[in-house]
Design a protein around this ligand. Structure first.
Ligand code: NDP
Length: 339
């Protein structure tokens, strides 16, 4: 905590694209938080990244960063293989942690993150941005209110083209946790957990390489998730599709909710209700930046006023589904989700 400003000090662990393009502003636009430090594993990059993004301190030694008393919260956006060890070290140092998804590369590590945060009495959140969207919150509310009756089927359209600037480790480094399933399917799982308030029991999936993924890394996947209350959800996730819109459709016994352009990082898109041949546009209320909404809730949780909008436990759940999808795609078999 900075004694002069009384703001929570955030550190960006990982000199990443997402930290500079989305999270820096989301943290600094809050009245009660400020990015005070940035970390890269390389000293020169740490300096350059901090300078370019007007961040006061640059670190290349995580231990030194974690010893800094002005840092209250660590936001982790390194490659996926590093999230768990950096989160656990941060929690042990008494820092609150907002980790990028997937929380880890395996469930044991993800669970250890949650347990360690609990032991140290620090907040752990998962940066599942989509549930922060006004559109997704509206879909959850309407579904819970029973507007569509019992949800029977869901269709998720989350196939995009991976921007050239991000065409690196996701496509060629299995050891860093690359592949579309850990990148995008993990978001679908969280989105559907959130909207349906239900858990996936088992999955079936087929993945392929369509020109971008290398080695064992898939760049496109389609599949089916089955939920405890009986809903069937189909999903299409890809890095290879240039001209498709994104969306989520929820079809219930009484009506359907159709969300178009809503599987995105921006507060955009539209929801309509379809019933008896009539289509009605739904007002989703005030649009707020998804990442700002997440940080606002995270800061409140640090002040012991509520929980992160996506908790560590939510991150474990979405990872469990993504790992089951990957196993199903690899084995060609239906896989039960191990939470
Ligand atoms: P980047 O590829 O931009 O950064 C990941 C790591 O790669 C950095 O920590 C950095 O290591 C290294 N790196 C980045 N750029 C360079 C460079 N020019 N030269 C050398 N090293 C470099 O990752 P993303 O921002 O795309 O993703 C980071 C994490 O965030 C992932 O876990 C991803 O899943 C998640 N993510 C989440 C999103 C969301 O909306 N929730 C959206 C996008 C990503 P070092 O820090 O050591 O310098």
């Amino acid at each position: 905590m900075n004694n002069a400003t009384n703001k929570l000090g955030w550190a960006l662990v990982g000199a990443s694209d997402i930290a500079k393009t989305r999270m820096l502003e989301a943290i600094n636009c809050q009245p009660d938080s400020q990015v005070v430090a940035a970390f890269s594993s390389k000293p020169d990059r740490a300096q350059q990244y901090a300078q370019e993004n007007q961040v006061e301190k640059a670190y290349h030694d995580l231990g030194e960063l974690l010893a800094d008393p002005e840092i209250d919260v660590v936001y982790i956006s390194t490659t996926n293989d590093l999230h768990a060890s950096q989160a656990i070290a941060s929690a042990k140092a008494g820092k609150h942690v907002l980790s990028e998804k997937p929380l880890a590369l395996n469930l044991a590590d993800a669970r250890e993150m949650v347990e360690q945060a609990g032991r140290q009495n620090v907040v752990l959140g998962t940066n599942h941005h989509l549930r922060n969207a006004a559109t997704h919150r509206t879909l959850r509310r309407l579904t819970k209110e029973g507007v569509i009756g019992q949800p029977l089927a869901v269709r998720v359209f989350h196939a995009v083209y991976l921007p050239p600037r991000l065409q690196g480790w996701r496509l060629n480094q299995a050891e860093s946790g690359g592949g579309v399933i850990l990148d995008i399917t993990v978001h679908d799982a969280d989105t559907l957990h959130f909207i349906l308030d239900d858990n996936v029991t088992d999955v079936m999936a087929r993945s392929v390489q369509q020109g971008l993924g290398t080695g064992q890394l898939e760049d496109a996947v389609m599949g089916v998730m089955h939920f405890q209350k009986g809903t069937l959800a189909m999903f299409h996730d890809a890095f290879t599709i240039k001209h498709a819109d994104t969306g989520v459709e929820i079809h219930g016994t009484e009506a359907s909710l159709i969300g178009r352009g809503i599987m995105t990082q921006d507060p955009i898109g539209q929801i309509v209700l379809q019933k008896d041949g009539k289509t009605t546009e739904i007002d989703v209320g005030q649009a707020e930046d998804l990442y700002a909404h997440a940080v606002r809730h995270f800061n409140d949780a640090v002040h012991r006023k509520g929980k992160p909008f996506a908790t560590g436990e939510d991150g474990v759940r979405s990872l469990a589904v993504a790992l089951a999808v990957r196993e199903s795609a690899n084995s060609g078999k239906r896989v039960a989700v191990q939470y």
